[in-house]
Design a protein around this ligand. Structure first.
Ligand code: GLY
Length: 427
């Protein structure tokens, strides 16, 4: 009897749980801690253990004899959850603590890129306000400041002037708003172009590519406003073609696999390369994440036709023969509904109407994944910044977009906002 444990509670984990539960070979899916939308999926149960409670998760996985554990968010990976599961012989899909530094430390990632010839922006590392400010006085703007450690999507700033930079450096080094994640920073060249997410499943010997996708990180239409965790995504990304994909594989993914081998890193999991593609189709890596993207997972997993459970186990068992992952040729889109105020201080406890589940029960290609929701007295409320992910798969991007926006209109939930231009670049 195959049991899968998904760690996390967002839209990505909802999509993962929904996908794993769709396979006949998987008898049961658990999600820790999950959310009310996940709990409503058939064959899926949520358990009240937070993603950072590694010892409780381990105890549960042992007790239930979990076949495969899949880690959604980065924090438990950076804390070493995979190492702990591996110690007791449990199969866990994700990098070990050392390999997870590719996401957990921007400096570590930059050094990895340099060592293995992976294209990325020029950078310098600083650990105090004065030296960083002196450096910036000699530089042109815009420029990019990144804190070294995990910062929940808030650690990257594109800075347009020295005055703005000084305020950010003051926050990082004097006010310590990022805590120890900001003890070091990177200042790197600003790169213009279009962002593309290239996500694979890897082990130290091979990779299986997911379909391309494009995220929309800025809060407001037209890519304006502050950076968020992602306000929507669609797949396939319009930007991608065979030539560009080959270039990404040759210059980023294959050197990464070789680098992981050379450095002796244990990484069997999702690798997310955040890329910038300029008008000449030149590629630069903005960042590596060592987990699936959120919201990219939602449209990409809607399109996935291959068996993800088998693929995870085959990579963990280092099987020799692999078939490329297959995807529905249709287009899928996810539009994030976020609580007013997000990504700053946002409104909580917005009641989520039952109409959300009614949408899911209709067979019209629309699926709503829950993200920051919780249950109180049998009612569902918002608890996080990104609350719902209205998704749709259809023959064309045009249709997928209009069905998803139509579904949002019908929900009529107050105090949630969304971008009106998700996928517009692809039309
Ligand atoms: N969508 C951006 C991320 O998952 O980091």
């Amino acid at each position: 009897m195959n049991k899968v444990l998904i760690i996390g509670k967002g839209g990505r984990e909802h999509a993962l749980a929904w996908k794993f539960a769709s396979y006949n070979s998987v008898e049961q899916v658990f999600c820790a801690p999950g959310n009310p939308g996940i709990a409503k999926e058939s064959k899926v149960s949520t358990i009240p253990v937070e993603a950072d409670n590694i010892e409780e998760l381990l105890k549960f996985a042992k007790q239930e004899k979990i076949t495969l554990t899949v880690i959604g968010p980065e924090a438990p990976l950076v804390e070493g959850i995979v190492d702990r599961f591996n110690e007791v012989g449990l199969k866990c899909f994700g990098p070990t603590k050392e390999a997870a530094k590719l996401e957990g430390s921007k400096v570590y990632a930059k050094e990895f890129f340099e060592r293995h010839g992976i294209p990325s922006a020029k950078y310098d590392v600083f650990s105090d306000f004065d030296t960083a400010t002196e450096f910036l006085k000699q530089r042109d703007f815009p420029i990019v400041i990144k804190v070294d450690g995990l910062a929940a999507g808030k650690g990257v700033s594109i800075v347009k002037s020295l005055t703005e930079a000084e305020l950010i450096l003051d926050d990082i080094f004097h006010k310590k708003v990022f805590g120890s994640a900001g003890s070091k920073i990177i200042i790197e060249d600003f790169i213009s172009g279009e962002e593309l997410s290239y996500i694979c499943m890897i082990n130290p010997f091979r990779y299986l590519s997911f379909a391309s996708s494009q995220d929309h990180k800025a809060r407001d239409d037209g890519d304006n406003g502050p950076n968020t965790g992602g306000m929507g995504a669609y797949s396939p990304a319009n930007l991608m073609d065979n030539k560009l994909e080959k270039k990404i594989l040759d210059t980023v993914i294959e050197p990464t696999i070789k680098g992981i081998q050379k450095d002796g890193l244990e990484f069997t999991g999702f690798l997310y390369a955040g890329l910038m593609i300029n008008e000449k189709n030149e590629i630069k890596v903005l960042e590596f994440n060592c987990r699936f993207g959120d919201p990219e997972a939602q449209p990409v997993l809607m399109r996935l036709k291959s068996n993800l459970f088998d693929a995870c186990l085959d990579l963990l068992n280092n099987k020799n023969e692999f078939k490329a992952l297959e995807f529905d040729p249709k287009t899928a889109i996810t539009i994030v509904l976020a609580a007013d105020g997000y990504p700053g201080k946002f409104i909580k406890d917005i009641e989520i109407p039952e109409s959300v589940d009614e949408v899911n029960s209709k067979d019209n290609g629309v699926k709503i994944f829950h993200a920051g929701t919780y249950t109180r007295s049998n009612k569902v409320f918002s608890g996080g910044g990104r609350v719902l992910n209205v998704s749709c798969m259809s023959e064309s991007l045009l249709n997928a977009r209009s069905s998803a926006y139509e579904a949002i209109k019908k929900l009529q939930i107050k105090n949630l906002f969304f971008r009106k231009d998700i996928g517009q670049k692809g039309l």
